[in-house]
Design a binder for this molecule. Sequence first.
Ligand SMILES: Cc1ncc(COP(=O)(O)O)c(C=O)c1O
Length: 388
Amino acid sequence: MSRTARTRTPLAAGLPDFPWDSLAAAKARAGQHPGGLVDLSVGTPVDATPAVGQAALAAAADSPGYPLTSGTPALRSAIADYLTRRWGATGLSPDATLPVVGTKELVAWLPLLLGLGPDDVVVYPTMAYPTYLVGARIAGCRAVACDDLNELGDLAPALVWLNSPANPTGQILAPAVLAERVRWARERGSVVASDECYGEFGWDAEPVSVLHPDLCAGDHTGLLALHSLSKRSNVAGYRAGFVAGDAGLVAELLAVRKHLGMIVPRPVQEAMIALLGDEAHVEVQRERYRRRRAVLRPALEAAGFTIDHSEGSLYLWATRGEDCRTSVDLLAEHGILVAPGDFYGEAADRHVRVALTGTDERVGAGAARLLAAFGTGSAATTGVSASA
Ligand SMILES: Cc1ncc(COP(=O)(O)O)c(C=O)c1O
């Protein structure tokens, strides 16, 4: 009897190419600058983890037993208190919260965890964090990129992603626009997942949470708000985030996660409690980014860029009206590495994303180079110490 060889399609085959690999040449070129690389491509925090978080993590280092998937009662209360105090959520019980090992992981797994599949549609913004699409593909859903939900006609998506302040554009949607999207989704029975991981960083407008009564009328049905401590508290390396909102949906996620794991380590849970209870370090960090943004923006404008949106988040969304790869190459000539817009959707291919996550020294150096090459100003006007 002849045997037919088993064939297997690797899961990665259904996913987009990992975009960062395509930046290698620009990175090599930028790295040759005599003043060194100014890497403003990946939005990864560079400032120290606040002492309050490090101390709590260290104090919980003796952790022989398995942590609770649900998070400790103290952590769930800390999450509910934070969302109530900082974001004005009403009627949120600790049971309607769940810690996650980073929101990237939750974004990527959410459609699957909600039981969605090939019959379901996931809607996400046209210029967006790529993991929304990845999560839809992993679950086998149909992914639809769309900004104006009214264009979807009678379609009733299973899941609608919101992201304000947005990656990559920095756009902050007005409360009325968000409330309208919530209303639209609820009418169709769609789950709304609101990725609020840049919520602490509003510059020209004030971000709001989907759990605020102005948006949801105090009713969390169908709503999930995702928050990350990565940028708020400089703990991207801890993998710490949470989801909260509709108590029934959160209970569903917890029930599945009890089987699947992805449990937040106990020392990280303790660090989260300490960090969520402290706003002072967030204010310090916000000021750092505000300063860097004020330095970078005029330097990019001097180099011929127009800054679009960028009302919030950790990015300047910049265009010279040319193909984004041309802009990437131009900045790489000056030793500055940024992310091309085409990582974030076809609609974004004439912009670059410039992260504020460089040290003061690197941001100052990058700005000084641009001003020296294109501007009328000088390094002394940047206000940040520079060694170009
Ligand atoms: C829009 C958005 N959501 C989620 C994340 C994931 O953050 P983390 O996994 O560190 O919580 C990021 C990271 O850059 C992001 O830009």
